[in-house]
Design a protein around this ligand. Structure first.
Ligand code: SAH
Ligand code: SF4
Length: 359
């Protein structure tokens, strides 16, 4: 990883560099160019990511002259928080949807989901999404642009500082397709998990992809220890194509091969398969039987069933409670952990697939 980071070092020139989002290697490079000792980088990294300080004047182990130098050559700019909505579903554990504006005016959403065991932040990786799954509000927005490392990291930075300093889990399941912004997503996850950074254990960080096959192979080969989730969402190519047009580019068969390759590339790690349950599309007994077979053939695999959260637009339906339960009974196996995700925050459109903002 160090090598690939080196190639992306940002030049320090007369423009003020925004250091928010820089890796440790980039900060070292920055200090060297300033004529300062590279160990300053670790101090700055901790101030920014571990302590959430974004004013050089508060960095008390920097001399006055260094602070003056930093003020004239660099800046620390995070996405601008511009509002929140709180769910009324539960009083003591309130899901919150946070809205941020980026420097070019784009808007993104981040979701904070506290429950009994964990406090999760769901981060966005792109403004909009190009993949266009029919069941997803972000897909209907279309693609605006990739987020920078700083724009991804800044979402968690804000939550740690202003909402809850005890965040335990991160999911890359907000707006956008993480594997179409691969480098920035990995670099953000590295800052999240760094002990000098935000100290969230890699095993508590999950990256979810709709199935960008070349990046699944790359992720497997790069050896990262964040969890991987693949949104399978169907058991036949035909039904998957009808709701996830990307299946025409990356076939279901090839996707399952890539999933298998990832599992074999790790010794103990499980892959999570996500399955949005859609009435009449992928919730039949036959689907359950095929899904159970796929899961058992893949082996180390967790299954996460998410009943569809309705969005405006498509004529898709959430299956009845009876149908959901029957499906779960049919797919459950002893070997593979099965979870049902009843998304929180539906009343504020913060549940899976409901994130969308109009500029
Ligand atoms: N782009 C990535 C991550 C963001 S979507 C991906 O697709 O995996 C996160 C999860 O929400 C995916 O598993 C997706 O299938 C699911 N999802 C999208 N829209 C949904 C909806 N309306 N109801 C329930 N789940 C949805
Ligand atoms: Fe994009 Fe994921 Fe939504 Fe599909 S489900 S449109 S990949 S964000």
């Amino acid at each position: 990883m160090v090598d690939s980071q080196k190639t992306q070092l940002v030049e320090v020139d007369s423009e003020e560099s925004n250091l928010y989002g820089f890796s440790l290697a980039e900060m070292e490079h920055f200090f060297r160019k300033l004529g300062e000792k590279p160990f300053r980088a670790k101090q700055l990294f901790q101030w920014i990511y571990k302590y959430g300080v974004d004013d050089f004047e508060e960095m008390t182990d920097f001399s006055k002259s260094l602070r003056i130098k930093l003020n004239s050559t660099a800046k620390l700019v995070r996405p601008n928080f511009c509002g929140r909505q709180s769910s009324t579903e539960s009083e003591e554990r309130t899901t919150q949807k946070l809205l941020f504006q980026l420097s070019d005016g784009q808007k993104i959403e981040t979701v904070y989901i506290p429950d009994d065991a964990r406090r999760t932040v769901c981060v966005s990786t792109q403004a909009g999404c190009a993949v266009g799954c029919t069941f997803c509000a972000t897909g209907w927005m279309g693609f605006k642009r990739n987020l920078t490392v700083g724009e991804i990291v800044g979402q968690l930075g804000y939550v740690l500082k202003k909402v809850d300093p005890t965040i335990s889990n991160i999911v890359f399941m907000g707006m956008g397709e993480p594997f179409l912004n691969y480098e920035n997503v990995i670099r953000a996850a590295q800052i999240f998990s760094s002990e000098s950074g935000m100290s969230i254990a890699a095993k508590h960080i999950t990256i979810s992809t709709s199935g960008i096959i070349p990046r699944i192979y790359q992720y497997a080969d790069d050896g990262h220890s964040f969890n991987l989730a693949i949104s399978l969402n169907a058991t036949t190519s035909e039904s998957r194509r009808s709701v996830m047009p990307i299946t025409s580019k990356y076939s279901m068969e090839e996707l399952l091969k890539a999933a298998d390759y990832y599992i074999r590339s790790r010794r103990r790690t499980h892959l999570t398969l996500e399955y949005v349950l859609l009435a009449g599309v992928n919730d039949s007994d036959e689907d359950a039987r095929r899904l159970k077979k796929m899961v058992s053939e893949l082996g180390r695999c967790k299954l996460n069933v998410i009943p569809y959260n309705p969005i405006e637009g498509p004529s898709l339906k959430r299956p009845s409670e009876d149908r959901i339960n029957a499906f779960l009974r049919k797919v459950s196996t002893i070997q593979s952990p099965l979870t049902l995700r009843r998304s929180r925050g539906q009343d504020i459109a913060a549940a899976c697939g409901q994130l969308a903002v109009q500029n």
